[in-house]
Write a protein that binds this ligand. Structure first.
Ligand SMILES: *Cc1c(COP(=O)(O)O)cnc(C)c1O
Length: 462
């Protein structure tokens, strides 16, 4: 299994090398050269299997010979052992034909743990075997960073630096990043918004002296291994509702397009997915684009669903690559146009995108109203991101096809917004209820590439 870049100019890599490098050297994202498929019988056999067993079947074909079957099984087992729910990704019913996939039972209470806990184990196994170390730098709108720090804290072969937009994340998100005491962990509060953090991260990857000097590795959702880990719960949830014998639809609260793209991969692999619905907040660039209005950046407006406050949705590049018939030069040109503000999608590519994805948006008011209404009608307390999914799913679902909405975070991760909407204070699960008592450690940094690279060089262990 080889991985190729969406911009067509970087060498093809193995799973291991694509995972360890993150971004391709031509600025593109790695995707599998061919998407493996699972036949009807293999998918049907997942019924009643554990999450870990399904994870092995789904991910094995993508990993090639990087890990033996036994090693890969052990990696999966360790990755999900720290979850607070035996089902890992339990499904609860909201209404006739509408289900909520709870992806927030991991150690940092958001779906990012599914990918990050796995990546931590994959990196650990690969790096100790190669006797190498890496510097992981990530940019976060809140949840990726905490999940990454949780996955890599204390690992010998890894230093981890996380850039987050100062003042724009929730207190729980911040504390999850600033309270770990291990000296390989560095939380950096940057002046700027998430897009600025993500842009500086991309700049670091494009500075090859720095990249090679500190052995930079990326775990943002541009990392293929993260997308792969997220494909699993599309299978586990769909099968528990009757796939592959019937079609299932999904609605996904979307920011960087990683989670929804994993659903598209599941569909390409043979899971009978009817609709994939992209749900955005007021930062609705993806909704506008999928409705045929082009992809044009505006200013990011802070919302009560901060993990979706995004204008440059990195993984959308992977969707464009397929929509443009895997023409790397065409994608590279769109990405150049994006730097100058935006681009229009060709008619042919638009048809492909619309054949896979529907979309909708929820305003701040819609989000609050949905939190309140869902609590009253189902007893389920939704985080603001999940509420956006539920609201858009309600508008888009059709009778006859079950709709699964992905609940991407635990309400206790966003207590202020949830309480304002519902009058209910969401308590942290008991296993982490001392979070507010731990002391914090963070460095404030400017939105300046040289200063950031300098800081990282000075603080890595050698
Ligand atoms: C990251 C995140 C999202 C957006 O996921 P993408 O893969 O970036 O589209 C939605 N909700 C929560 C809670 C998140 O942490």
């Amino acid at each position: 299994m080889k991985y190729i870049s969406t911009r067509g100019k970087a060498p093809a890599l193995s799973f291991e090398d694509a995972m360890l490098s993150g971004l391709a050297r031509d600025g593109g994202l790695y995707v599998p050269e061919v998407i493996p498929t699972l036949d009807h019988a293999t998918i049907a056999a997942m019924e009643g299997q554990s999450y870990e067993e399904i994870a092995f079947t789904v991910m094995r074909p993508f990993v090639g010979d990087t890990f033996s079957d036994d090693d890969f099984k052990a990696i999966i087992a360790k990755a999900y052992a720290g979850f607070g729910h035996d089902a890992r990704a339990p499904l609860v019913q909201l209404d006739q034909g509408h289900f909520l996939l709870e992806l927030f039972h991991g150690p940092t209470l958001a779906f990012k743990d599914f990918a990050m806990q796995l990546i931590g184990q994959l990196f650990q196994t690969a790096l100790s075997r190669r006797n190498e170390r890496v510097t992981i730098v990530g940019a976060t709108s809140g949840d990726t960073g905490s999940a990454a720090i949780e996955a890599f804290r204390g690992l010998d072969n890894v230093d981890v630096f996380i850039l987050y937009p100062h003042g724009r994340i929730s207190e729980v998100q911040r504390r999850q990043m600033t309270t770990p005491t291990e000296d390989n962990v560095h939380a950096l509060a940057m002046d700027g918004d998430f897009d600025a953090c993500q842009a500086r991260l991309k700049d670091m990857f494009n500075d090859f002296d720095f990249r090679d000097g500190v052995r930079l590795a990326g775990v943002n959702s541009i990392n293929w291994a993260r997308v792969l880990a997220q494909v699993v719960y599309y299978f586990s949830s769909a099968v528990s509702l009757g796939a592959p014998h019937r079609k299932i639809s999904f609605t996904v609260p979307t920011g960087n397009f990683g989670d929804i793209f994993a659903g598209y991969i599941a569909k390409q692999m043979g899971l009978p997915i009817d609709r994939l619905v992209v749900a955005t907040n007021q930062n609705d660039i993806l909704d506008r684009c999928l409705k045929g209005k082009g992809y044009h950046k505006g200013d990011t407006v802070p919302s009560i669903s901060p993990s979706m406050d995004i204008q440059v949705s990195s993984n959308f590049e992977r969707a464009l690559f397929d929509a443009y018939d895997r023409d790397g030069a065409a994608v590279a040109q769109l990405m150049d146009e994006l730097k100058a503000g935006g681009f229009d999608v060709s008619q042919g590519a638009m048809q492909v995108l619309q054949s896979h994805y529907d979309s909708g948006r929820a305003s701040e008011e819609d989000t609050r109203a949905t939190i309140k209404a869902a609590l009253a009608s189902t007893g389920e307390l939704l985080c603001p991101h999940s509420a956006i999914g539920v609201k858009v799913a309600e508008e888009q679902r059709v009778t006859g096809t079950p709709m699964i909405t992905l609940a991407t975070a635990h309400p206790a991760k966003f207590p202020a917004a949830v309480e304002a909407a519902s009058d209910v204070h969401p308590p942290l699960p008991p296993r982490m209820d001392d979070l507010y008592d731990r002391s914090e450690r963070v460095t404030r940094v400017p939105d300046n590439l040289d200063a950031l690279m300098d800081h990282i060089r000075k603080n890595i262990r050698s």
